[in-house]
Design a binder for this molecule. Structure first.
Ligand code: RP5
Length: 163
């Protein structure tokens, strides 16, 4: 099955967190592909990937990067597809630098920015699923089931022991 979601990260060192995007999409039965393409170190490659993404059937891009994280914004500049950005914890500023770089897009080129690190990676996948669910009944059913199971897990959880 052709990939519905394109996952891009700035470095192989981002995979530990970005694999959560892929794993969450897998659980929902959503096909995805992973690429390491740095906006700074391989800008032409990133342009080519993003410009061809829609014609190849990709519907949403999820981009994760750390440090001066230009990746999601540059990706969004090269495709009309929805782009979700995950700031990653790397270096002295622990992801604050990436968060600010990703969230502060100039008006005209939006990036949907998620939380720093693993929570953001998981939620990027769920948000990508919600976007796909608008026009895909299978994804909508999978997302409904996921949320119902999550709620049931909490309902079934025994209360904390007083001792
Ligand atoms: C960013 O710089 C990457 O997204 C990564 O989070 C960070 C460090 O990259 P490496 O030096 O580990 O390749 O571009």
């Amino acid at each position: 099955m052709d990939a519905q979601v394109g996952i891009i990260m700035g470095s192989k060192s981002d995979w530990e967190v970005m694999s959560q995007v892929s794993a969450t999409l897998d659980k929902l039965g959503i096909s995805s592909e992973n690429r390491v393409i740095s906006a700074h170190r391989a800008p032409k490659l990133l342009t080519e990937y993003c410009e061809s993404a829609r014609d190849r059937g990709i519907k949403v891009l999820v981009c994760g990067a750390g440090l001066a994280a230009a990746l999601p914004g540059v990706a969004a500049a090269h495709t009309p597809l929805p782009v979700l950005g995950v700031p990653l914890e790397a270096g002295a500023l622990k992801g604050q630098d990436a968060l600010h770089a990703i969230v502060q897009m100039p008006p005209g080129i939006p990036v949907g920015t998620l939380a720093i690190g693993k929570p953001g990676a998981i939620n990027a996948a769920l948000l990508a699923a919600a976007i796909l669910a608008l026009s895909d009944d299978k994804v909508r059913a999978a997302l409904d089931d996921f949320r119902a199971a999550q709620t049931q897990k909490i309902a079934d959880m025994p209360p904390p022991d007083k001792s």
